[in-house]
Write a new protein. Sequence first.
Length: 495
Amino acid sequence: MKMPAPDAATIARKGEIVRALKRLVPGEGVVSDPAGLVPFQSDGLSAYRQTPLAVVLPETVAQVAAVLAYCQAQGVKVVPRGAGTSLSGGALPLTDGVVLGMAKFNRVLEVDLANRCAVVQPGVTNLAISAAVEADGFYYAPDPSSQIACTIGGNVAENSGGVHCLKYGLTTHNVLGCEMVLMDGQVVRLGGKGFDAAGYDLMGVVTGSEGLLGVVTEVTVRLLRKPERARALLLGFPSVEAAGATVGDIIGAGIIPAGLEMMDSPAIVAAEAFVHAGYPVECQALLIVELDGPEAECAELCGEVAGLAKARGATTVRTSESDAERLNFWAGRKAAFPAVGRLTPDYYCMDGTIPRRELPRVLTAMAEMSGRYGLRVANVFHAGDGNLHPLIMYDAEKPGELEAAEAFGAEILKLCVAVGGVLTGEHGVGVEKRDLMGEMFTETDLACQQRVKCAFDPDLLLNPGKVFPTLHRCAELGRVHVHRGQVAFPELPRF
């Protein structure tokens, strides 16, 4: 879609805003030239792009506060951005808005091992937190597959998880406090180093709020001791139904693995060709189960899990004998997304969560949808907590395939809700799922959620166009009407 050329008044207004922002963030802190704006046109949801009015790259909390206060006064929309790895269009810019990039906030400010926590800036990558405390025998538990690139600020915005979230929790369970700047420039602190804060659980509100409530400038995270021992099992099955049933058997036996991941045949073949991890490519489904704790406990639990897998007809049962072999088991899973990218010009990564008992039913239904839409799908997901990540393969150069992929994805998400699940597990709603919110929430539910936004951002300037199908002015919330859009994001230009 070609956007209309801006008129003279719009050009003059843009120039005025850019000049004001450069006064607030001098030097190279403001990007406004067309070539410089290109990298910020999209995030990980790459089917859509828009060019922002400008990009601001502050280095201090005072600069963040000044930029937000100016934008509030001038009615300028602001889209916060971390590393841009969002897979729901959460950081997709607006043509009449400013992108506030937090990449320069990239320092570990404090490591407090006595209180088992660290204070970091939002631009610190997920993996860098563990690297900073590894020598002392600690680590940060949430570990998204993009952990080498994604930042802790983005993790807070999306409430990210990872392969170890089954036992150790999502971001919300591992963040103790944060410093945040509101849209009017006010700096507030929520939580802290203590394990519980007085008053309302505002940390719980902010974590997963997708940049709609404020801009996080500092995060206090929980650190954990590395377990004495960790071992992983590689379990191959002749059917996805048998693998899905084994997941239920493991949890039903009272075993809570550190990680419990599943891959179907297309994902297995792709990952093995990419990483050469020794995966059994003849299997239709693969489980990776990691147990950790004392040596004796690990050995006992590994034996129990192996027995449950064999009872369900597992044809491959391998247990890691060294840490190197355990990491090798995980290498293919961690690289599954880029591995699938080698098989297809484009893929659409979905994110929905279902009750574990529904895994066999939903996986079977997705195979039927794949045939009906004529598009291949590879499944890689957090089986332990039912968080699905189907990768729908398509070619954007072929007319109608992107639209078919979107319809396929929407049908998967509707099924997730229908079987008792939710629209997202860790990628957020963004623009990708906003028009499906009515599948899960009533008009009253959405009105209540929008009232929370109004309490933080009464002028609705922070990341508008995300999460809510229709965003009403705060005074109008008594008469919200939610429209379930039939055309996905019609206002967004495509590649």
